[in-house]
Write a protein that binds this ligand. Structure first.
Ligand code: HEC
Length: 720
């Protein structure tokens, strides 16, 4: 009776309604991992390489850097290349408050490796030149190879943990173990990675970063100097270890392990399970030879389809021909919690459906903190979650750190991707967004216990008939406390408080977002956002032309108005052939675009917009009429280098063939044949090219005027 009563009480106090989840920032693009600074700021790394900072008090969200990475892009959606590469992991250094250092794990933009590096923020922005490489993990990006892991965590004593995935195509082994030993099947063989003691993939790595690099701490899986092993390995036998967590009191680590797809057990192996794992010390967690509670896979011969010997959990062997490590592996450890697609008989509360297991922070009750998410009875509980199922659970641990009880505590989340504990006891939840890729609806949300004093509600609106003026439409507080409204304006990577009160006037053409923050007497806040669409807020340049037609070889007078500093002016002329539909964007021919896409040039360049590298139209104009241009640029592609356009280097481009480079660079340079420019003055003349490759009646000239901090102006006149 006493037990029944206790569990009823627990259920009651732990229902989903008892958590309060507030959205603090939104519109993230596939955000991957977060890290919380001592001042409460939330740092976010996105899959395509953007690094952002969120101010938890105002909801202000600032792009503070962009890391060049290899990632699947929307322009190349269906590519089987680099499916899960990109910005992978982020953690702030333990002394971030003073050092401004952070660690990023990312897919290198040009080389076949994932890199762990330390960076420093300068003036709050990511300084790419501060990069200090810690180490590289080789990677394969072909043939829908997936699983990069990538979670980073520091222990209280300064050890850095990194999870890495098996880097294997999971779709060609029937949802069972990818242990295909046939020739040219290395992309679907995890015996080369997870099961290999001499490879950093499919692992949890553990190092101590130092000023110049890193050291190997005592207690990793293999004794230092053991042949055919890597000393960085703490845990081996992982598949796609996503979101790592560390118990600050015991030092035990936890991670979610995303498992394979098989829905049924058969002669080729058990059904697929996701796992929550606990490592009390270094160990082998079995993949690709065992899964769940050490259910063994047979060593399958992929040529004959015949299942061979079952792996012995006490002495697993790696027979793979691509195994460069030990053949006899350390004994395999069972999962802590494991569950298939169908409802688990061991852990029914995990329910059923798609799965992507994650392990969150350990909850400890601390009466001195402002917030305690769970009750005192829940002291020492692991919070786990599942990306697919959109739910959170608490796993109460007993005195021996064994599982005592597993209870669902939240539901309906938008692909929970990371969960972190802040110093005040709030939890920060990262939601990846609704889809697999190219999301624009990722969110940063704060979780606190429900009940108690609630936040006010707030709505704002534009003041009718008054430009740039906004007001509170309604504001109320459930406890009827006095509400203060602050108005914050985001300008670039900073924000300023414009006013306190019921109305605000925003300076014309300034800022990208206005936020009203309502704060009640107890300090609870809510945020209302007004996007200002920064681009349109920039002052427009006015362009006056001396004529309304122009012949090849002719000159055209122009005047630019609305410009503070004339030396910033760039005025360009280009010919538009009458055929086809010119959308106003300059693009290269289809075959050239295909080459540049396949050779990943568009990762750093765009044809007519600035990116990491110069826009191709700029390259064309710089080398216009230079006889040796083609040779110079070919050399540059081969050797790479920096300094022509700025500080950032272009790595040597070795994937592009001689022939492809010739065609692509000719096409880039040819853009210059139909263009000309005048820079650095607000009035002057433009010279039309004398010969035009596809000059026909009905063509036009487009003239653009641009300058930093201004909207570009475009005009068209007829071509004679
Ligand atoms: C990792 C980013 C990156 C990639 C990938 C990349 N580039 Fe570049 N590229 C740059 C940067 C940065 C510069 C400017 C270098 C400088 O200032 O000297 C540049 C410069 C150039 C230039 C002008 C060179 C000069 O000296 O004026 C050309 C042409 C060019 N890239 C073409 C390509 C092509 C073609 C590819 C694909 C095969 C490619 N780039 C891939 C970053 C990249």
């Amino acid at each position: 009776m006493k037990n029944l009563l206790l569990s009823l009480l627990l259920l009651g106090s732990l229902s989903a309604e008892n958590l309060r989840i507030d959205t603090i920032a939104e519109n993230f693009r596939d955000p991957m991992e977060i890290s919380i600074a001592p001042d409460g700021s939330v740092y976010v790394l996105e899959r395509e390489g953007r690094l952002l900072r969120v101010n938890p008090d105002t909801g202000g969200t600032f792009v503070i850097g962009e890391l060049p990475v290899t990632a699947l892009r929307e322009s190349d959606k269906k590519s089987p290349y680099a499916r899960e590469d990109g910005g992978l992991g982020l953690t702030l250094a333990p002394d971030f408050a003073t050092s401004q250092e952070l660690y990023l794990y990312y897919s290198h933009p040009t080389e076949l490796l994932n890199r762990l590096s330390r960076f420093t923020l300068k003036g709050g922005l990511l300084d790419l030149s501060s990069e200090q490489k810690i180490f590289d993990v080789i990677t394969d990006r072909r043939d829908t190879v997936c699983h990069q892991g990538g979670s980073l965590k520091f222990s209280p004593d300064g050890l850095l943990f990194l999870s890495t995935g098996d880097n294997t195509n999971p779709f060609e082994s029937g949802g069972k173990a990818p242990i295909d030993d046939r020739e040219e099947r290395d992309h679907t063989d995890a015996m080369r990675s997870s099961g290999n003691t001499n490879d950093l993939r499919g692992k949890v790595l553990r190092i101590r970063p130092t000023k110049d690099g890193y050291e190997i701490p005592a207690g990793n899986l293999f004794k230092l100097g053991t042949p055919d092993t890597r000393a960085e390995i703490y845990v081996m036998g992982c598949r796609n270890p996503f979101r790592l967590s560390l118990d600050p009191k015991t030092g035990y680590i936890y991670w979610g392990e995303v498992g394979p797809d098989a829905r049924k057990a058969d002669a080729k192996g058990p059904m697929g399970y996701d796992e929550i794992n606990q490592a009390r010390q270094a160990g082998n967690f079995g993949w690709p030879f065992l899964i769940g509670d050490n259910k063994p896979y047979p060593i399958l011969d992929f040529t004959t389809g015949k299942p061979g010997t079952l792996t012995d959990p006490a002495a697993p062997r790696n027979p793979g021909s691509r195994n460069t490590g030990l053949e006899i592996l350390p004994p395999a450890q069972k999962a802590f919690i494991w569950y298939p697609y169908s409802k688990s008989s061991e852990f029914p509360v995990m329910e059923s459906g798609g799965r992507n297991a994650m392990a969150g922070p350990i909850f400890y009750h601390d009466a001195k903190r402002p917030w305690n998410l769970l009750s005192k009875e829940d002291d020492h509980s692991l919070i786990t979650y599942d990306w697919m199922r959109g739910k959170l659970w608490k796993a109460k641990l007993d005195q021996n750190d064994d599982l005592e009880k597993l209870v669902k505590i939240s539901d309906g989340l938008r692909h929970p991707m990371d969960l972190e504990l802040a110093a005040d006891g709030s939890y920060w939840l990262l939601e990846y967004g609704s889809g697999w890729y190219f999301n624009r609806d990722g969110r940063v949300r704060r979780i606190r216990p429900g009940g108690g004093n609630e936040a006010p509600s707030l709505e704002v609106e534009a003041v009718a008939g008054q430009a740039n003026r906004w007001q509170v439409k309604s504001a109320s507080d459930p406890e009827n406390e006095k509400i203060t409204v602050e108005w914050w304006l985001t300008i670039g990577t900073a924000e300023t408080k414009l006013a306190t009160g019921s109305t605000v006037t925003v300076p014309a053409n300034t800022g990208s977002e206005l936020r009203a923050v309502a704060i009640d007497a107890s300090g609870n806040r809510s945020i209302a956002r007004v996007p200002l669409n920064g681009a349109n807020q920039q002052p427009k340049l006015e362009l006056e032309l001396a004529a309304d037609t122009l012949a090849p070889g002719g000159t055209l007078g122009f005047k630019v108005k609305g410009l503070g500093d004339p030396s910033q002016a760039v005025v360009r002329l280009r010919y538009i052939a009458p055929a086809g539909h010119d959308s106003g964007v300059i693009s290269l021919s289809k075959p050239v675009t295909k080459t540049l896409t396949a050779r990943l040039c568009f990762a750093c360049h765009q044809t007519d917009a600035k990116s990491i590298g110069p826009r191709y139209t700029d390259v064309a104009l710089r080398y216009k009429d230079q006889p040796k241009a083609l040779e110079t640029l070919k050399e540059k592609l081969k050797k790479g280098g920096s300094g022509t356009w700025g500080e950032i280097p272009m790595p040597p481009q070795l994937a592009i063939t001689e022939q492809e480079a010739d065609a692509a660079l000719r096409a880039v340079l040819a853009l210059g044949d139909v263009m000309s420019e005048t820079t650095g003055s607000a009035a002057g003349t433009l010279q039309a090219p004398t010969t035009l490759p596809d000059h026909e009646p009905g063509g036009a000239w487009e003239i653009t005027a641009e300058a930093r901090g201004h909207q570009t102006t475009r005009l068209r006149i007829a071509a004679e």
